[in-house]
Structure formats: structure tokens, C-alpha cells
Design a protein around this ligand. Structure first.
Ligand code: HEC
Length: 183
């Protein structure tokens, strides 16, 4: 049996928790925010699973430039206003049920991993759409130089391993409202 990743604990009673298992509120609308607690473990688990299950199509940084492009399928970039502001529950639904030409991943990606992947997708979105004022001051000082690269192409991030850290920084800020410290 595989143990759940630590930190992937739903807030409510698991069996009853529509948000956790379906990604929807009781009224049927998508949950705006993931019901899963944010932690570094979950983020890294999401990164690992994303790279296994999503990156071949959506690309390492979510720009839609995965190798699948060579085979005629055209996945969207995650860096559009629409997908940046879409509910976490919507993405959960896409992974679970697939959408149009994208297949379902319900059998290969268990529930807790779907939420972990969504967390990582959010981190990727932040990493490609950063504003200077998004970065906390103490972080800004040390990361100022790197910021200049933020909006460069995904190639850059892939080639420069160090820049992956930006994802963590960005993520840290995004999740600040959940008061989780990542480093
Ligand atoms: C086999 C290729 C493939 C894989 C693997 C894949 N996707 Fe997709 N995905 C697509 C394609 C193609 C679309 C566009 C579907 C369409 O609109 O016809 C898409 C669309 C999406 C969308 C946008 C839906 C919308 O409303 O526009 C999201 C979000 C998404 N995928 C997330 C994921 C996540 C997360 C994973 C990993 C669990 C994943 N995808 C794995 C091919 C893939």
C-alpha cells in the first residue's frame, strides 16, 4: 500500500468531503481553492508527478510546449489570464475527467496527487507571471538579480537549474495567506 504524502490531509471528513474528492462545493460549483494543506512536501510531490504525467504535453514550465507537439496534439499554455484565474477545482476536474482532446488521468493519478499537481501548476503560473512587488523584501534583495530572468522563456529555466528556486520563492509568496513558510 502506498502511504499518502504527508500534508495531503483534507480539512473535513474524508468520505463526506465533496471538495476533496470531486473538486466541487456542495452546490456543484468548482472549489476556488484546493482543500489540501500547503506544504513543501506537497509542492515537491506535485512537481515530481507533474513532470511524469503532464509535462510531456504541457511542457516543463506549463507553456504547452511538450514533446507531444511533434505528434499533432496542441496543449494550451497555463500562462493565460483565463487559466491563471480558473478555480483549483476546475483543474482537478480536468485531470480527473479529461477535457476534449485531453485524456482523463483518474486511474494513474490518485486524488492526493491531483491536488499536489495543481499546487505545482499554480507555482509554475506564478513563476512565469511575477511582479517585483510580489516578492517579500528580504527575498527581493537576494533574488533581485534573478528576477530579471523571470519572464524569459522556459528554455532558460530548464537550462539554469538555479532558477527553479524562483518557483519556490514565488510559491511561498502566493501561499503566504496560508502562512506556510517554505524555506
Ligand atoms: C497527452 C497529452 C496531455 C497530457 C499528458 C496532459 N494534458 Fe492537459 N491538455 C492536453 C490538451 C491537448 C489540452 C487541450 C484540450 C482541448 O481544449 O481540446 C489540455 C488542456 C488542459 C487544461 C486546460 C483546460 C481548459 O479549460 O482549457 C488543463 C488545466 C490541463 N490540460 C491540465 C493538465 C494536467 C494538470 C495534466 C497532468 C495531470 C495534464 N493536463 C496532462 C493534453 C494533455
Amino acid at each position: 500500500m502506498r502511504l499518502p504524502v504527508s500534508g495531503t490531509v483534507s480539512r473535513g471528513d474524508l468520505r463526506e468531503d465533496v471538495a476533496y474528492y470531486v473538486g466541487k462545493e456542495k452546490d456543484g460549483s468548482f472549489v476556488k481553492q484546493s482543500p489540501v494543506e500547503v506544504s513543501r512536501n506537497v509542492l515537491y510531490r506535485g512537481k515530481e508527478r507533474y513532470n511524469i504525467y503532464c509535462s510531456s504535453c504541457h511542457g516543463g514550465v506549463g507553456d504547452g510546449k511538450g514533446v507531444i507537439l511533434n505528434y499533432g496534439l496542441i496543449p494550451p499554455t497555463f500562462h493565460s489570464d483565463r487559466l491563471r484565474s480558473i478555480e483549483d477545482g476546475y483543474i482537478y476536474d480536468v485531470i480527473t475527467n479529461g477535457i476534449r482532446t485531453m485524456p482523463s488521468y483518474r486511474h494513474s493519478v490518485p486524488v492526493q496527487d491531483r491536488w499536489a499537481i495543481i499546487l505545482y501548476v499554480r507555482a509554475l503560473q506564478r513563476s512565469q507571471n511575477a511582479r517585483v512587488q510580489d516578492i517579500p523584501d528580504d527575498v527581493k534583495r537576494s533574488w533581485w538579480a534573478s528576477l530579471a530572468f523571470l519572464n524569459l522563456s522556459s528554455q532558460y529555466i530548464r537550462k539554469h537549474g538555479d532558477l527553479e528556486k524562483i518557483i519556490t520563492v514565488e510559491h511561498f509568496h502566493d501561499m503566504g495567506r496560508r502562512s506556510e513558510v517554505f524555506w
